[in-house]
Design a protein around this ligand. Structure first.
Ligand code: NOJ
Length: 506
């Protein structure tokens, strides 16, 4: 079956979506209960951040067993019920696949420590240099050293994130077989596609040469804050663009031609070029890069993406996620950005609560559990704020309908903001998603795209030869060059403060 190549995808971070049993943590029955509301938005699919067995050191991205569901989220029966209801509602279900690393609690890693050489080959173990120091200068993306000593093996193992997330050797046939089996297992349970964590990090230079220092222009592009030492290196040897992109052909083979596959690109440098390489025929359908959230969807960012790509169809648009601070400011800018995102050709990922314009919450240090947030506290952008559970009602007395217990993170949502979200923002998202679908903006080609300061002027042509022109002003007021006809749709926010967005059929 031909799958939708440019879906609107609703990202669910399950721990923070809907609790069903008073544990304070969201779960699968909770998701099932809320599926009608997601379907009602008009999106095509849901993507679930990891629900697999995990000690949750990295929010579920540290996986012990990809084949089973962590009891905190429910059971396989709960999962089947969720998929069945999603399909009844016309929603596709995409699961996360975190193939770059496992949890250090994985039996594979524990066996490797215990001396099982077959399992040791599932990871990257290297002897120390003669002076006992690590094999090379590689750093983890979180800025920690990438090599960690294990005294039992008297070797270093490699990790691109936390020490508790040893990197897998994705060239190892045993690892590849296990991945193929686990993906087939989820497809057999009805899963329609996968989101691949950090696809740009999968492969590395086999000689493991030192990365050279980053020139200033590269340092500025490497994703993340410049106070993270990871940005000091040019990642030419630990992030291989060459055969790294071709590896996606394995992912396609294992997932099946009819699966929708998209990947996360954490390389800010050469981001769009890498996205194009990873989405060649027989590879992934789309990749998303950090350009849009880092540029907050600015006109210059979009022009740059259009100029550097063959087609936006292969780049998923997004602004917020479980990793980025929420982009919403709770004002007119959110609505204009939503309209602009709906108009942009290509897939679109909407993060839970974005459709309520939830602003980024401030958490006290004592409430934060994410090791990355704590590492750079209080200067990092922080990830856990975006993971504060979502409110379903404006009423604070019952934790906004999220849980009957104590939420795993404090929910200090402002009731007025939530009410505006429910009354104004969610209906607005529903409307722009409907327009995107009815006019097939997602499948259109960009005909012209210019940025005039803070104004984006974009014309697209759909597969049925309809042309639309969108003008989006990021705070610079209504542009002087608007067509003098009535727009098909305009974001007409109260208190616009110079934000403006409208679309004309031309
Ligand atoms: C990207 C995920 O989105 C993030 O949450 C995680 O920490 C890293 N990959 C490592 O898996």
């Amino acid at each position: 079956m031909e799958h939708n190549k440019t879906p609107a995808i609703y990202q669910i971070y399950p721990r923070s979506f809907q609790d069903s049993n008073g544990s304070g943590t969201g779960d699968l029955p909770g998701i099932t209960r809320r599926l009608d509301q997601i379907a009602d938005l008009g999106v095509d699919a849901i993507w679930l951040s990891p629900i697999y067995v995990s000690p949750m050191i990295d929010g579920g991205y540290d996986i012990v067993d990809h084949r089973h569901i962590d009891p905190m989220f429910g059971t396989l029966d709960d999962f089947d019920a969720m998929v069945a209801k999603a399909h009844d509602l016309g929603l596709q279900v995409y699961l996360d696949q975190v193939l770059n690393h496992t949890s250090d609690q994985s039996p594979w890693f524990q066996d490797a420590i215990a001396g099982d050489e077959g399992k040791a080959d599932h990871y990257l173990w290297r002897d120390p240099k003669p002076d006992g120091s690590p094999p090379n200068n590689w750093l983890s993306q979180f800025g920690l050293p990438a090599w960690h000593w294990n005294h039992q093996r008297r070797q270093y193992y490699y990790s691109q994130f936390l020490p508790q997330q040893p990197c897998l050797n994705l060239r190892c046939p045993g690892v590849q077989d296990a991945i193929a089996t686990q993906m087939r297992g989820w497809r057999d349970r009805g899963v329609d596609g996968f989101r691949f964590d950090v696809v740009t990090a999968f492969l590395w230079d086999e000689v493991m040469k030192d990365n050279p220092p980053a020139r200033p222009e590269v340092q500025d592009k490497v994703a993340g804050e410049n106070f993270n030492p990871y940005t000091y290196q040019d990642h030419v040897y630990d992030m291989l663009p060459g055969d790294g992109a071709a590896y996606a052909e394995n992912l396609r083979k294992w997932a099946g031609d009819d699966a929708y596959l998209f990947g996360e690109n954490t390389s800010g440098n050469q981001s769009i070029e890498l996205a194009m390489a990873f989405t060649q025929p027989g590879r992934l359908d789309a990749v998303y890069t950090t350009d849009l959230p880092e540029g907050r969807g600015s006109p210059a960012t979009i022009v740059d993406m259009v100029n550097r790509s063959d087609s936006l169809h292969r780049i998923a648009g997004w602004l917020s996620s479980h990793d980025q601070p929420r982009h919403s400011r709770g004002d007119a800018s959110d609505l204009v950005l939503a309209l602009q995102m709906a108009f942009l050709p290509g897939p679109w990922i909407i993060y839970q609560g974005e459709d309520l314009s939830l602003p980024q919450p401030n958490l006290a240090k004592g409430d934060v559990t994410d090791p990355l947030d704590l590492l750079y506290w209080p200067d990092g952008p922080g990830r856990e704020g975006a993971r504060v559970p979502v409110p379903w009602t404006a009423d604070r007395t019952d934790h906004h309908g999220f849980t009957s217990g104590m939420p795993w993170l404090p929910m200090a949502w402002n009731g007025d903001i939530v009410q505006r979200g429910l009354d104004v923002v969610r209906p607005f998202y529903r409307e722009v998603i409907r327009l995107r679908r009815d006019h097939d903006w997602a499948g259109a080609q960009v005909i012209a795209c210019e940025a005039d300061g803070d104004v984006l002027d974009m014309t697209i042509e759909t597969q049925t030869d309809q042309r639309f022109r969108g003008l989006f002003s990021h705070g610079a007021g209504q542009p002087g060059n608007c067509p003098d006809t009535e727009p098909l749709f305009r974001a007409d926010p109260a208190d616009a403060q110079g934000w403006f967005g409208a679309i004309w059929q031309v």
